[in-house]
Design a protein around this ligand. Structure first.
Ligand SMILES: Nc1ncnc2c1ncn2[C@@H]1O[C@H](COP(=O)(O)OP(=O)(O)OP(=O)(O)O)[C@@H](O)[C@H]1O
Ligand SMILES: [Mg+2]
Length: 344
């Protein structure tokens, strides 16, 4: 995280549930799992520290019950962490008044919940417009923005439907439109697309990426699906039993999983989708063929057809056109076959 500024920062965040949770860390400053169990507590989040850059898509993954939603709720201050600090633009969320917090939520944060909560007595239009009403946005602007968001999520024509008249996926899209209506700076999404069928889900992922290329929001996105994670993420945090086990780019997680749990998570994914040319190329020899643009950061999947069809060593170029590497079919075929990590 060098060139972009830090938008969001968690420092040693804990969230413990159960009687005595508030005093527990005073008694056990560095508790073990046994200490937590002995006291009959449940650790939602354990000692999480990380920074998120402005404009980054930060994905959180982990098995059910690993603490993803609890972490997200702490980050948006929907629940109070047991201990730790949470900063947004340098403002400590744990040290501001309820009023300041409400303002911050209204203007800076957008949330899509795992179990979305639409207002049952309001139509699609009413639901999406709701946060704008709370913000006191003028009627014309409110209507314009509401219709724009409804169209964006593909619900044009259903403006006057009530939630019970919509499918689960459609309801989720109303939730997405509603959370985007206020144009939040930090957007928290807790498994927003899980209820959608695969085609629509992919469309919504594309939509998110399109929006992100325009709006450059800071996004915290929870998902169970590694395929979804690698499509969206700049970096992925993997959680296990309340702990953030590893944070890295999809490629870093695949190349150097911190433990067996992370390896399991990443094992399903075709490696060619994640690994870059830089991870397999060799030093240039001078006889490489200059073909299409092949860069160190190109994904192997995207350059494979060219390299294999030419069946030659190809030049890898940096942004100024200088040859910085050599890429042969022999470098990428093991990756495509998923056996590159078995070759020593
Ligand atoms: N209000 C609560 N009171 C007690 N325990 C809780 C509470 N909220 C969460 N937990 C516990 O904290 C742990 C983490 O829950 P959390 O909902 O964050 O998991 P998750 O990773 O989001 O799971 P899923 O993928 O199923 O949504 C679980 O063991 C859960 O039972
Ligand atoms: Mg959850």
């Amino acid at each position: 995280m060098t060139e972009r500024s830090v938008k969001f920062k968690c420092s040693n965040v804990w969230k413990l549930f159960g009687a005595g949770a508030d005093t527990f860390l005073g008694r056990y400053p560095s508790p073990t799992e046994q200490d937590i169990q002995r006291e009959g507590l449940i650790a939602g989040v354990q000692n999480a520290s990380f920074e998120i850059a402005e404009g980054e898509i930060f994905v959180v993954m982990g098995l059910s019950g690993s603490g993803k939603s609890t972490l997200l709720r702490c980050m948006s201050r929907l629940i109070m962490p047991t201990s730790g600090a949470i900063n947004i633009d340098g403002v400590d969320l744990l040290d501001i008044s309820e009023r300041q917090l409400i303002e911050l939520r209204r203007h800076k944060m957008g949330m899509v919940f795992q179990h979305f909560a639409l207002l049952p007595h309001l139509t699609v239009l009413g639901n999406v417009a709701f946060p704008l009403e709370i913000q006191n946005t003028g009627t014309d602007e409110r209507t314009r923005r509401t219709l724009e968001m409804i169209e964006l999520v593909g619900l044009k024509g259903r403006e006057n439907y009530y939630p019970h008249e919509l499918s689960g996926g459609q309801q989720q899209r109303v939730g997405i439109a509603r959370s985007l209506a206020v144009n939040p700076e930090v957007w928290f999404l807790d498994e927003p697309f899980s209820a959608l069928d695969p085609l629509i889900r992919r469309e919504m992922q594309n939509e998110l990426l399109r929006l992100q290329s325009l709006l450059r929001k800071t996004i915290v996105f929870i998902t169970h699906d590694f395929d979804e994670a690698i499509r969206l993420a700049d970096r992925i945090a993997i959680m296990k039993a309340g702990k953030v086990i590893q944070i890295g780019t999809p490629e870093e997680l695949v190349l150097a999983p911190a433990d067996e749990y992370v390896r399991e998570f990443t094992s399903e994914i075709p490696r060619a989708k994640v690994l870059s040319v830089a991870s397999v190329m060799s030093e240039p020899s001078g006889d490489e063929l200059h073909g299409a643009d092949i860069f160190p950061h190109s994904r192997i999947e995207s350059v494979a057809p060219e390299v294999i069809s030419r069946d030659r060593a190809m030049a890898v170029l940096d942004d100024s056109g200088k040859v910085v590497g050599r890429l042969e079919p022999g470098h990428i075929i093991p990756v495509l076959a998923g056996i590159d990590n078995q070759i020593v």
